[in-house]
Design a protein around this ligand. Sequence first.
Ligand code: MEV
Length: 331
Amino acid sequence: MTSTLASAPAKIILFGEHFVVYNQPIILASINKRMKIECKIEEEMNKTLTIETNHFGKKTYPLSIIEKNNHYPANDFFYPIIYILRKILPHYAEPYGITIKIHSEIPYGVGLGSSAALSVAGVAAILGLNNSVKKKNEILDIAIETERIIHKNSSGADCIVSTYGGLLYYQRNTKIRSLNLSKEISFIIINTGLKHSTGQLVSRVKRFSENNLCEFYNLSNNISGICERAIKALEEGNFLNIGKLMNENQFILERIGVSTTEINNTINDSLQYGAIGSKLTGAGGGGCVLALIHHQDKEYFLDNMRKKGYECFPVSIENQGLKVNIKSSNF
Ligand code: MEV
């Protein structure tokens, strides 16, 4: 029998969120916070599926829940895992049981890609249980399909960066390019703590685009230009330009209605305490702010923002995406 361990990283979006849904480029990176998923077939013939997490407690279901024609409702945090199990191994565990342990270092529902990391690590771990070693692109396809049950118009960008890792430039259905940084870069995440629904925010932007066709067209071109200039600034390590472009991107996000008063106040405070650039990251409507800081200003920034009551933490770009470890054991 087999037990598997897979982990996939969270992400930050530096430039281009929302517009990527409309085929504009996006620049995003995986960060040093992971979703770890361990799966095993139980020794006992208990015919149950147990899912345990550090954020949402533990739930036990009859194993029949993973049968393809089971119509278990889709409003449960664990539903993506059940969806993957139904897709990949509807009969394999019979007559035993399955235990899945999820340990997440990623704050949930605040724009750091927790659902993409859950989908990517979940697919890889469950495929491993089936002794099925797949290439990353095959894992990615199922992960995107899974993420689309949570947010149906997903561009796939979050799953892509969680699978491949690193700093990426991506344009939907066309290209994925890995970018190289010439200098180490310091980002700080400030979590407003306000949860959002990515699906609802994507729908809000769709309404904006339909009601403001011409403006949305111009804003999309501006985002595309920002991404092109950002590639150069990132590759040259020109922090001032990267910061300026982040601020420009934030104006556009405000214009399409996904920023909030809390986000704007957080950005103003972060700029006051030395951020070179600051913007929301992810879908907006709450969630997290991403601030670019000169390395030497990091401690000053963190001290002052924390004194003001903000939850903030430094993050670094992680080059490795999905990691999988399959162990055969006799239980
Ligand atoms: C969410 O992390 C990023 C969005 O662009 C949605 C998507 O790409 O699917 C808002």
